[in-house]
Design a binder for this molecule. Structure first.
Ligand code: FAD
Length: 460
């Protein structure tokens, strides 16, 4: 690889993985050109469409991503779906290296009867709806029921529970969409059950999110002290973060609250509860078969120790009436192209340290590499490692020698296919429009959710 050649690199996906990979590449190589392709019209992936509206501080990473996008050697190409508008082999032909950072866009199905009934939806779609993801704007969740059930006990489940139960006036100054806020204002949901197959020691949420639930205005927790029997002794052996989380659960479930807390709980009009040791078996329908009326849960007990602890059914079942079922049992990546290896069982691209197995010049980072777990900080660390591997290969002469056309070649293909990419300065126009639309109501922004309107604002 000549020292004069500009390494042409492209990244697929503009979430944290895409932006952190680009940032590291640009910082550690003085000539590399990095193009970031994104299928949505707008950048930032789950930072915009996943992170809850009442967690604005988490979204500050957008400032860092914006700095990266402003680099002269970086370009954002929105509205380009790789696999549809341009293929991975075409990108590999045009660039010296391609990094796949396209996240995990599917949800895991429950695989139980009744899953298709109206009133059942994935937490992923629900989150997309309140966060303004265009494809989920038609969701129209029916919140006229008294009880909602969330299947899964991770942070996404708690986000969804919190949004369902937060007094709407507390969301008014966030970037939640006006449409979602309107529906939440009319909500009749009073109780949210958060159901997990295993016990308190296996819950996947973290302490910050649990504390927010416990302190949520106008709500009270429902925890069954029986679920916590014998836990006091066990927690001595578990690692510190898990111990602190379990201690908080234990205190909330078993300690007598103080006078103030008793009064707070007594005046609460809404409630949330954790139901442990329950595995979903069947969604029950209303007598006319038209919608959800409840869920049948298999009672479980734990077998095995440590990481291998798993839930087995006891044979007993329990029916829980509800009008809404939200499945929050995980996100999942999709295969992007037949030429890219994919592990359908783990739902990731097989790789060693970010190098896609058997495909030189192809890399991956973020959730599509690691699976859909971990926060933005872990995604950052992981993306830096992928970038490091790529730069090592570049140095070792393992990438194609000679110049590559980069975006020039892809631009010609896109234009022949009638695809109109969105630049970062286009996004900044949309961003300014969103901020100004939010100003009247004191919101940080009112998100644009209609692609036609976005094109109109861009003068097309
Ligand atoms: P993504 O953020 O999903 O980015 C992938 C990008 O690729 C997307 O923009 C997508 O549109 C694009 N893409 C997909 N397919 C294609 C294609 N074919 N062509 C072009 N582009 C494509 N972490 C925290 O630290 N704090 C939080 O509060 C927090 N809240 C969360 C809430 C939810 C509901 C979820 C699901 C996650 C949350 N996380 C949070 C985790 C965090 O969002 C992830 O760690 C991180 O977003 C993963 O980054 P990624 O780039 O791999 O994936």
């Amino acid at each position: 690889f000549s020292t004069q050649t500009t390494p042409q690199i492209c990244v697929v996906g503009s979430g944290p993985a895409g932006f952190y990979t680009a940032q590291h590449l640009l910082k550690h190589h003085t000539r590399a050109q990095v193009d970031i392709y994104e299928k949505q019209l707008v950048p930032f992936g789950l930072v915009r469409f996943g992170v809850a509206p009442d967690h604005p501080e988490v979204k500050n990473v957008i400032n860092t991503f914006t700095q990266t996008a402003h680099s002269e050697r970086c370009a954002f190409r929105g509205n380009v779906a790789v696999g549809r508008d341009v293929t991975v082999p075409e990108l590999r032909e045009a660039y010296h290296a391609v990094v796949l950072s396209y996240g995990a866009e599917d949800h895991r199905a429950l695989g139980i009867p009744g899953e298709e009934l109206p009133g059942v939806c994935s937490a992923r779609a629900f989150v997309g709806w309140y966060n303004g993801l265009p494809e989920n704007q038609e969701l129209a969740p029916d919140l006229s029921c008294d009880t909602a059930v969330i299947l899964g006990q991770g942070n996404v489940a708690l986000d969804v529970a919190r949004i369902l139960l937060t007094p709407p006036e507390h969301l008014e100054k966030t970037d939640i969409t006006e449409a979602a806020l309107g529906v939440l204002r009319q909500s009749q949901v009073k109780t949210v059950w958060i159901v997990g197959r295993r016990g308190p020691l296996q819950a996947a949420f973290t302490i910050k999110e649990l504390r927010e639930m416990i302190q949520l205005p106008g709500t009270r927790p429902i925890l069954d002290p029986a679920d916590f029997l014998g836990l006091q002794d066990k927690i001595k052996e578990v690692p510190r973060p898990r111990r602190r989380l379990t201690e908080l659960l234990l205190r909330t479930a078993t300690e007598k609250p103080g006078v103030e807390e008793v009064a707070r709980r007594a005046s609460a009009s809404r409630a949330w509860g954790l139901r442990f040791f329950r595995s979903p078996q069947q969604v029950l329908s209303s007598p006319d078969g038209q919608r959800v009326a409840g869920i049948r849960l298999a009672v479980t007990r734990l077998e095995g120790v440590g990481e291998a602890t798993h839930a087995v059914p006891t044979g007993e079942t329990e029916d829980l009436p509800c009008g809404l079922v939200l499945s929050s049992v995980g996100y999942k990546s999709r295969p992007i192209d037949p030429s890219v290896p994919f592990d359908p069982k783990l739902g990731v691209i097989p790789n060693t340290e970010g190098r896609v197995v058997d495909v030189p010049g192809l890399y991956c980072s973020g959730w599509v590499k690691t699976g859909p777990t971990g926060v933005i900080a872990t995604t950052m660390t992981d993306s830096f490692l992928t970038s490091q591997a790529l730069l090592q290969d570049l140095k070792a002469g393992l990438l194609p020698p000679g110049p590559r056309p980069g975006y020039t070649a892809i631009q010609a293909l896109l234009s022949s296919r009638g695809v109109r990419p969105i630049s970062f300065s286009d996004w900044e126009k949309l961003d300014a429009a969103e901020v100004s639309r939010g100003q009247g109501s004191g919101k940080p922004r009112e998100k644009l959710v209609d692609s036609q309107e976005m094109w109109r604002l861009l003068g097309h």
